[in-house]
Write a protein that binds this ligand. Structure first.
Ligand SMILES: [Zn+2]
Length: 707
């Protein structure tokens, strides 16, 4: 699972797809408002960006979009696909461009000035979107096109676009009467306030608790963990000591390596009680309010529960029942594996004469001992073979084998930072798009790795090619030194590049259906699939070469990596699934009064949750689902997409040419990578695989028993 590498939430796709080009604007005054010019159908004007222009550009673009939308709504001609849905597709282009530039700055070049602009614009932008989605005259026209969609001679793609546009209005209350609309707005307003409180409580519990350590407390911690802890203490004004913060990145290494069981227990309990301490930062009452409001909103919109509302016409799963069924299919295998892992760890503890019964604060610690004993894999031996730039060549090469792409460096377009490189992507002689690569960490760049589309492909009213980017946080080496990365980072590179390939392969008519703009439980499928090409002999023998000797990585080392693949998967899958199941159950409970603590305890007991590990995110700290609506009733999505991805990879493995089978690559391109959101994802997958996804490949990949 790759929960840390989300697709960047693209402001561009949602934000700007709603502004008009009719209104005249004084573009000369603000370069952000001008159409992109230059080669390749225009490129982002990174050389002309001034943060001081953001606010005015956003305001002007929003005003322009409102004017465009009003013009569409007020059209005296009877509503047609072209003058309504098509016109909406053509609207908001200025806003798209502004939002794209602005999100690049806030994600990779943030400063206090950028954050200030962000804070001021965010609420205005939310208000702007609401205004469009609540335009009753506009919805009447959209609804008329929708009702006639099957009888008015529309192409299947145009019908689907109509359904998606219509559904977006309906999901946001377009069919409600005036009173109900007011209620809905009030609920959304209250929810936003509770989300903020939830976040602030959690942040307080993460920053207020710091464990300071003396030298005698460091037993077992490797040098790099000690070094990081010393830096943290120093930053807190306590040089000469060591500190563990109450955050996952600080807690996990401590729980993995510390020999001090008493301190492990203390650290574990502090971390897993965030938001649940019965003090002023306790989140239980906040959660109760959020669940109530969500249930009321679902009822208002005509759904039995929040989970039903979230998934209807908005996911591949379609219903909470389908998502639950998949989770419950995997759950027994995952907990069975946990019991095996615990037995193995208990045996080691007993052999050492530790005199302990494995507790949650022992899991990572004894699992690490199992890893050392069983796999004898030192990841530091792997690193000299993983040069970031060679692996970049490797993923380009694999994309050439699969999709016929070739990559050519481009130096004549502006970039937002000197570290960014740009590549033209071609298929044969044909220009396909541009790929921007921003690999290094720097101040003002958010952590992790992600893909972002700067411009979506389309052929509606003229051909537009895509511009996509991959972003990462590798440490920049001294000039001339290689960038050596971990195996995990190499997988992440292939993953994020999979999102980029989803954008580059897009061959659709309408821009809002292009590339990665697919449902949440489907978007990680193409990217996870692409991870499969990293460990192939074809890639490793050519591109995983020693930075000094140039020799390819030894097969024995590759075999060890493959063997270690199933290490601790019982723990990883169970801690994730427990969170995903509780998320869904909380949002299926309807209007019931819920005591989050009791609910979590009772439901986990019913599920037979092993006592030796916690949920990855306990309810009072589950930011994915309580800091916004975004992943609520949606945390299952990671499992959903991974099951499909591994099932698809198995199709390749069973083909005559394996992962480089030309016919399979053709099918992947035709049925999945090129179609964007023009086809229902369940249908697209059936076209590709000849059947629905099967969970067997996933269970085998994790090393779980397959019933
Ligand atoms: Zn991803």
């Amino acid at each position: 699972m790759r929960r840390r590498t989300f697709l960047a939430a693209s402001a561009a796709t949602t934000a700007a797809s709603l502004l008009p080009q009719a209104a005249a604007l004084a573009e000369g005054a603000n370069p952000l408002l001008a159409p992109w010019t230059g080669p390749y159908g225009g490129v982002p004007p990174f050389d002309k960006v001034r943060v001081a222009d953001f606010a005015a550009a956003a305001e002007a673009a929003m005003a322009q979009e409102l004017a465009e939308v009003d013009a569409i709504a007020a059209n005296p001609a009877p509503p047609t696909f072209e003058n309504t849905i098509g016109a909406l597709e053509q609207s908001g282009k200025t806003g798209d461009r502004v939002a794209t530039i602005y999100s690049i700055w806030s994600g990779t070049l943030s400063t206090p000035e950028v954050r200030e602009a962000d804070k001021a614009l965010r609420p205005k932008y939310a208000f702007h979107q609401d205004k469009i989605l609540q335009n009753a005259k506009l919805f009447q026209r959209v609804d008329a096109v929708y009702q006639a969609r099957e009888t008015s001679g529309l192409s299947p793609e145009a019908q689907r676009l109509t359904m998606i546009r219509w559904n977006n209005f309906v999901r946001n209350g377009a069919r409600l009467d005036a009173d109900a609309k007011k209620q809905l707005a009030a609920i959304n307003f209250q929810l936003a306030a509770y989300f903020t409180i939830f976040n602030q409580n959690l942040l307080a519990d993460e920053t207020d608790y710091v464990l300071y350590l003396k030298e005698a407390d460091l037993a077992g911690l490797p040098a790099d963990v000690r070094g990081a802890a010393a830096e943290v203490a120093k930053s807190k004004g306590r040089a000469g000591e060591w500190a563990v913060l109450n955050t996952r990145s600080s807690v996990d290494p401590f729980l993995t390596y510390s020999d001090r069981r008493d301190l492990r227990e203390q650290v574990w309990k502090t971390f897993y009680n965030r938001g649940d301490n019965g003090d002023k930062h306790d989140n239980n009452a906040v959660i109760q309010k959020i669940l109530k409001l969500r249930a009321q909103r679902a009822a208002l919109l005509g759904f039995p529960t929040h989970a039903h509302w979230r998934l209807a016409n908005n996911s591949m799963a379609g219903t909470p029942e389908a998502a639950m069924a998949l989770m419950m299919r995997v759950w027994p295998s995952a907990i069975a594996r946990v019991h095996e892992e615990v037995a193995e760890m208990q045996a080691i503890a007993d052999k050492e004469g530790a005199g302990v019964k494995i507790a949650p604060w022992d899991y990572r610690y004894y699992a690490e001992k199992v890893r050392t004993a069983r796999y004898a894999l030192d990841m530091n031996e792997v690193k000299p073979y993983l040069q970031m730039h060679k692996l970049r060549e490797g993923m380009h090469w694999a994309a050439g084998q699969l999709y016929g792409f070739s990559f050519h460096p481009v130096t004549d377009v502006p970039v937002q930072h000197p570290d960014v490189t740009v590549w033209e992507v071609r298929r044969g002689p044909e220009h396909v798009g541009l790929w921007y690569f921003d690999p290094y960490a720097r101040a003002g760049k958010r952590s992790g790795a992600w893909m972002q589309a700067y411009r979506n492909q389309q052929t509606y009213k003229g051909k537009v090619t895509t511009i996509v980017s991959n972003n990462a946080n590798f440490v920049k080496p001294a000039p001339g030194d290689p960038v050596l990365i971990s195996w995990d980072d190499a997988e992440t590179m292939f993953h994020e590049f999979g999102h980029a390939l989803h954008g580059l392969n897009s061959a659709v008519t309408y821009p809002s259906l292009a590339g990665t703009q697919v449902f949440r439980d489907y978007v990680e499928f193409p990217s996870q699939v692409n991870e499969a090409w990293l460990p192939t002999h074809e890639v490793l023998s050519r591109f995983a070469v020693h930075y000094k000797t140039g020799k390819p990585i030894p097969q024995a080392l590759v075999d060890k990596i493959a063997k270690a693949h199933t290490f601790r998967q019982g723990f990883d899958v169970t801690e994730y699934l427990a969170s995903a199941l509780i998320d869904m159950k909380l949002h299926l409970a309807g209007d019931a009064d819920i005591d989050p603590d009791a609910f979590e305890r009772d439901e986990l007991a019913k599920l037979g949750m092993p006592s030796e590990l916690p949920m990855r995110h306990r309810t009072p700290q589950f930011q994915h689902i309580f800091a916004s609506d975004s992943y609520s009733a949606g945390y299952y999505s990671y499992l959903w997409a991974e099951v499909i991805a591994l099932d698809a990879v198995e199709a390749f493995k069973q083909a005559p040419g394996g992962l480089y089978d030309k016919a399979m690559a053709r099918k992947l391109h035709d049925d999945i990578m090129s179609v964007g959101n023009t086809i229902d994802p369940a249908v697209a997958y059936r076209n590709f695989r000849g059947r629905d996804p099967d969970v067997g490949a996933y269970l085998r990949d994790k090393g779980f028993p397959v019933a």
